[in-house]
Design a protein around this ligand. Structure first.
Ligand SMILES: NC(=O)C1=CN([C@@H]2O[C@H](COP(=O)(O)OP(=O)(O)OC[C@H]3O[C@@H](n4cnc5c(N)ncnc54)[C@H](OP(=O)(O)O)[C@@H]3O)[C@@H](O)[C@H]2O)C=CC1
Ligand SMILES: N[C@@H](CC(=O)OP(=O)(O)O)C(=O)O
Length: 341
């Protein structure tokens, strides 16, 4: 493609924003001018991309008419305020936050699953990027959904602290270092309890039905992306002391029976999926060793459920900052410029 685009990255100094910059570089996204944006505290910092140094500017004073594409990951309240301003100025926003995901006139897109939905960006000039746990689950389940249908998904997540941003990464490292140095007390700020050497069965705020918002996002978003209001999802979202890579133990009930061999075969051919499933010590994918810094979602432990006839178990891991956020955003932007702009 010879056409180049002016692009802003909102939240550029964060865990997701930094990865967006490295992915724009790695995939040689056709950038004319890059505008890295963050809070006033970061003004003047430098970002390196495509052999140039770009200066971070204050989001609150930025003129969005300078850009055709805006990649947002600075939190829901920032997107709520600035994405409509950007969209009004003619910039197409790809938003990583949960703020617009449930709006009917805003497409919610995983390129391997429902790239066709990008066409609806014209309604509000905003495209939403799904939740990280939803993205990797649907990349793995879409080929099975298309082949035999899925009635119900039971999923437990094991989510890395990087999903909560840079402060959470520091908190896990600080707590671990202190405890290993003989301290018995640690500072607890990001999470409600100590995360080092612990796990926390709580992500995002509690809802009236007893599920957390992270869990309900997996329900709402799966139904929207699959365009299937009848599919049932029962998630439990758990934070674990891992820095990068979300894992999921998934059990699905299918409409027609699928064997483990058939599932392995179809997943091996699927876009964005790597099957790693040798039934031996170490023959499965893990979040840090296999998934981190990789684009694909890994599927392991594929086996028929011994307690239910039309049911299958899968272990799914992916780099939550990459495919769960930054990469998915850039993939959407690539389709947008190839097919629509
Ligand atoms: N799709 C998904 O599942 C995921 C979505 N996200 C979304 O992305 C957001 C950012 O995540 P992450 O990178 O991990 O978070 P970090 O905490 O690591 O980074 C936050 C970023 O937002 C910027 N920011 C904060 N406040 C303002 C402000 N008032 N004005 C301008 N910029 C501001 C920060 O800039 P500064 O350094 O100047 O403070 C920083 O660049 C999350 O809040 C979430 O909404 C994140 C992970 C996964
Ligand atoms: N909640 C996710 C990350 C995130 O920001 O999700 P969302 O964009 O859906 O709020 C995690 O903690 O791993």
């Amino acid at each position: 493609m010879s056409k180049k685009f002016d692009v802003c990255v909102v939240g550029v100094t964060g865990a997701v924003g930094e990865t967006i910059i490295s992915i724009l570089e790695q995939r040689n996204f056709p950038i004319n001018n890059l505008y890295p944006l963050a809070s006033a505290n970061s003004t003047g910092k430098k970002v390196f991309c495509q052999s140039k140094s770009w200066t971070v500017q204050d989001l609150s004073t930025f003129d969005f008419s300078k850009v055709q594409i805006g990649l947002f990951s600075a939190g829901g309240s920032i997107s709520e305020k600035y994405a409509p301003i950007a969209a009004e100025s003619g910039c197409v926003v790809i938003d990583n936050t949960a703020h617009f995901r449930r709006d009917k006139d805003i497409p919610l897109v995983v390129p391997e699953v429902n790239a066709h939905a990008i066409a609806d960006y014209t309604k509000r000039n905003i495209i939403a990027n799904p939740n990280c746990s939803t993205i990797q689950m649907l990349v793995a389940l879409k080929p099975i959904y298309d082949m035999v249908g899925i009635k119900r998904i039971n999923v437990a997540t094991y989510q890395a602290v990087s999903g909560s941003g840079k402060k959470a990464i520091s908190e896990l490292i600080d707590q671990t270092t202190k405890l290993l140095s003989g301290n018995t007390e640690v500072d607890v700020e990001v999470y409600p309890k100590q995360i080092a050497f612990n796990i926390i069965p709580h992500i995002d705020v509690f809802q009236d039905n007893g599920y957390t918002k992270e869990e309900m996002k997996m329900v709402w978003e799966t139904q929207k992306i699959f365009e299937d209001e009848d599919i049932l999802i029962n998630p439990t979202a758990v934070r674990v002391p891992v820095i990068y890579g979300h894992s999921e133990a998934i059990n699905i009930e299918t409409v027609r029976k699928i064997t483990a061999a058939e599932a392995t075969n179809i997943l091996s051919k699927a876009n964005g999926v790597t099957v790693m499933d040798n039934r031996e010590d170490g023959g499965y994918a893990t979040p840090f060793v296999e998934a981190t810094n990789h684009d694909d979602t890994f599927v392991s432990r594929i086996r028929e459920d011994i307690s239910c006839e039309k049911s299958l178990n899968l272990w799914v891991v992916s780099d939550n900052i990459r495919k769960g956020a930054a990469l998915n955003t850039v993939q959407i932007a690539e389709i947008l410029i190839e097919e629509y702009l």
